[in-house]
Structures are given as structure tokens and as C-alpha cells.
Ligand binder design. Structure first.
Ligand code: MG
Length: 380
């Protein structure tokens, strides 16, 4: 049986690798794709896969796409949702970056469509409501984030109450071992040692905020309290995560860092696809190192844990402030070390409380962005 896949965020690193996997398999079919603004890539991909329908969120880019494409171009923030309705996929791969990915996750789950989730913000911002919605409609959330895919695979044959602890591995980013984060350039921060990814997630990896988000993501995916979720720094990125079991066994998931493995697993689950990645040679790797994260220098990790534990709207504020702070850093407006300052201040100013519904989360997201921008404006 062919599984029909809709790709959101098709021009990004996850989206393009997913399309390569789909092209190589008879049991997967791309039925639609959507991008934010990179309409040239979207049009080329649509031609390559014989699609006559694409989504382009940015209205200007969408009209460019329409004048260069014989098929239909859906435009605006609702494009992803409309695509889900029109293409009726079996699974949506959500590779959208940032808070913009939450709406499409909600739309797919509401329709009872499984989601291969690379957009971690869906769970960071709306974890409680998103997992409730998935349970209500019976749609599955299949993690694409490498650590969570590893945990998902490790958990497949374990009962949740046998798990005493989950350990997420972190590469430590380019600034591992530094005791202060002053004077860091954008170029240095974008130079990730083991994973090649988009701009925002690379900066989030350098601040360790990415790992903070991943703790929140793991909490919701696997329903484990935060005190049972730990992080260990592992610069080689060979071990992708571990679980401790109550009998004293620890299981780990290993492999060279290659996102095609978790993407293929999410798209073909519960089958295992043939994926043409380099096979792990531990003798060649030689040494695997592990160390405690440094929460004093890398404050974002602690801020994320606190926001996760507070729950409700706090992780939504955390993410919004981070998106704004990272964008400002990339534009040269603030120092790398000020990213954490902006997030901490925004969390304090916006406050916490229960998240009653998605509409409220969208409002909190907007208010937090405004507040973070004001804080940045006030910095010198
Ligand atoms: Mg990850």
C-alpha cells in the first residue's frame, strides 16, 4: 500500500531530504508540498514530482510562483491547512521552522492525519493541547527530531513505567567548554560541529536552547516528568539518546548523524526502510566522550527547564522570545550572550498561567514577540 505524504517546509533541510527518500521508494508518494517563501524550489520540486498543487505561505512569493507554474498555488498562512484538506494525505511531514508550524500540526491532527513532526515548536508551544488533540482524534505523532526518533525507537518494546530516565544527548555546539560567551560572531555561531541545519536551529544549538526545547518535546511525546529527563553533552553526536530501565539496563541508539534515518523511520513506521547512509564503524570512531552540560554559561538550558516545569503558556513565551532574540542576533542587533537575557526578561514580564486553548497560545505568542522586541530595543 502506498502511503501518501504531504510535505510542509519542503525547501528546508528536512523537506528536501524527505523528498529524496520518497523519490527512492515505491511505497511512499508525495501528494503535495508547501514552502514559506522559496517559491523557486517549490516549483522545481512540484515539476519533479508531477504535482499540480503547491502552497506558498508568503503572498508575494506565491504570486511569483503562480506566474511561473501551470498548476495551482495556494497562498497565505492558511495554505498548509487547505493543502491538507485538498490532498487528504495519510501523513503530513511538518518541517516548518518555528511557531508557524503549530497551526498546520493542529490542522492535520484535527483531521485525524498522522504527523511526522520535525517542527519541535508544535510541542514546545502547545504540547499539552497538541497531545490531547492527537489522543482525541487517534492521529499519531511520529518524531523526526533525531533524539526523539531515537527515544521512540528505544521505547517501542518497553512499557512506559519500566523507564526510570531518558537522557538526551547534546553535541554541545561550537562553544562547548567556553566559560563566557562574549564577542561571538554570527559566523562562529552558525558553524555547528556535527549537524548541518537551518540558521535558527543552529543558533539554538549553540546556546543549548535547542536541547531545552527537546526536553519539553520529550516530556510531551513520552509523558515523562521533567525530573526523569536529563541532558548529557556528547560532542561526537554518535549516541542519539538513551533510556534507563528499572532493572538497571540502559539502552542507547547509535549512528552517524544523518537526518535521513529519523525521517525515513517516521515516514515508513512501523516498517524499516533501506536507507543508503554510512554504516557505523565504532573502531573508526574510536572515542565517545560525555560530559555534564554547563548551565551557568549556557543559561538557555535552565530557562527552558523552568518554563517546561511551569507549563501552561510559559514554553510558548520561551519559544517566542527565543525566535525574536535569535533573529536579532542574526541581524547583528544583539550580542550572542544577550539571547538568554532577552528570553529571561520576556518570561518574567509576560508571566505564566494555564493555556486554555490554541487561540490563547497564538495571542501569547504575539504578545511575547512584542515584549521581546521592546526589551531588545531597550538594550544597548
Ligand atoms: Mg534534535
Amino acid at each position: 500500500m502506498t502511503r501518501r505524504v504531504l510535505i510542509l517546509g519542503a525547501s528546508g533541510s528536512i523537506g528536501t531530504q524527505a523528498l529524496e527518500i520518497i523519490a527512492a521508494r515505491d511505497d511512499l508518494e508525495a501528494v503535495g508540498l508547501a514552502v514559506g517563501s522559496d517559491w523557486q524550489t517549490a516549483v522545481a520540486q512540484a515539476r519533479g514530482f508531477g504535482l499540480d498543487l503547491i502552497g506558498v505561505a508568503d503572498p508575494e512569493a506565491a504570486s511569483e510562483a503562480q506566474s511561473n507554474f501551470a498548476g495551482t498555488v495556494l497562498s497565505g498562512q492558511s495554505a498548509a491547512r487547505e493543502l491538507i484538506g485538498v490532498t487528504a494525505p495519510d501523513i503530513v511531514l511538518n518541517g516548518i521552522v518555528g511557531a508557524a508550524g503549530l497551526g498546520p500540526t493542529i490542522a492535520a491532527l484535527t483531521e485525524g492525519v498522522d504527523v511526522a513532526l520535525a517542527n519541535k515548536e508544535s510541542l514546545v508551544i502547545g504540547g499539552e493541547l497538541v497531545t490531547e488533540l492527537a489522543s482525541a482524534t487517534g492521529a499519531k505523532l511520529l518524531p523526526v527530531d533525531s533524539e526523539h526518533s531515537a527515544l521512540f525507537q528505544l521505547m517501542e518494546h518497553e512499557s512506559p513505567d519500566a523507564v526510570s530516565r531518558m537522557v538526551l544527548t547534546a553535541s554541545g555546539g561550537p562553544f562547548r567548554g567556553r566559560k563566557q560567551l562574549g564577542g561571538i560572531t554570527v559566523e562562529q555561531a552558525l558553524d555547528h560541529p556535527t549537524w548541518a541545519m537551518g540558521g535558527r536551529i543552529t543558533i539554538d544549538s549553540a546556546t543549548l536552547m535547542n536541547k531545552g526545547f527537546e526536553m519539553i518535546e520529550a516530556h510531551h511525546l513520552f509523558r515523562l516528568p521533567y525530573r526523569q529527563i536529563d541532558v548529557v553533552v556528547h560532542p561526537q553526536s554518535i549516541v542519539h539518546s538513551l533510556i534507563d530501565l528499572r532493572d538497571g539496563a540502559t539502552l542507547a541508539h547509535l549512528g552517524y548523524p544523518d537526518m535521513r534515518v529519523p525521517i525515513a523511520y517516521a515516514l515508513t513506521w512501523p516498517e524499516r526502510a533501506e536507507v543508503p547512509v554510512e554504516r557505523l564503524d565504532l573502531a573508526k570512531v574510536g572515542t565517545l566522550e560525555f560530559e555534564e552540560p554547563d548551565p551557568v554559561t549556557f543559561r538557555c538550558l535552565g530557562l527552558a527547564r523552568e518554563a517546561g516545569e511551569a507549563g501552561g503558556i510559559a514554553p510558548c513565551v520561551l519559544n517566542a522570545a527565543d525566535e525574536v532574540a535569535v533573529a536579532s542576533f542574526l541581524e547583528g542587533q544583539i550580542e550572542f550572550s544577550q539571547i538568554a537575557t532577552v528570553i529571561e526578561q520576556t518570561l518574567e514580564d509576560v508571566g505564566s498561567g494555564a493555556a486554555k486553548g490554541f487561540e490563547e497560545l497564538f495571542a501569547v505568542d504575539e504578545a511575547s514577540r512584542e515584549r521581546a522586541s521592546e526589551i531588545i530595543y531597550g538594550l544597548d
